[in-house]
Design a protein around this ligand. Structure first.
Ligand SMILES: [Zn+2]
Length: 106
């Protein structure tokens, strides 16, 4: 029998796990906000104003988890943006080269 792991033995993983998020299923929810009375807007209760819920549970994530998930997504977006910039620089170089060739050939 394995000792040490009792009922509270939920392992706290060190890496941040990316969880599937889906758009808040609440039909009146618009990016976490719902129309309240008198045209004002209030935070959606389904997703806690986040606009997304956990795909598995269909519930809002705790705030700490939301922040983690946003951090993961930001990091990912930053990577994508970097890739795009590289591509743009490459096509820019290519265009500059073509322009120079064209000017030389005139
Ligand atoms: Zn919502």
């Amino acid at each position: 029998m394995i000792q040490g792991e009792g009922n509270r033995g939920r392992k706290e993983s060190h890496g941040i796990e990316k969880r599937e998020l889906v758009k808040c299923p609440y039909q009146d929810c618009d990016k976490g906000l719902v129309e309240a009375m008198f045209g004002s807007r209030a935070e959606c209760h389904q997703c806690d104003g986040f606009g997304f819920v956990d795909k598995e549970t269909g519930e809002a994530l705790p705030e700490r988890e939301i922040i983690r998930q946003l951090v993961i997504r930001l990091a990912h977006q930053r990577m994508e943006a970097k890739k795009k910039i590289c591509e743009l620089q490459r096509s820019n170089q290519y265009l500059q080269q073509r322009l120079m060739d064209w000017e030389r050939g005139r």
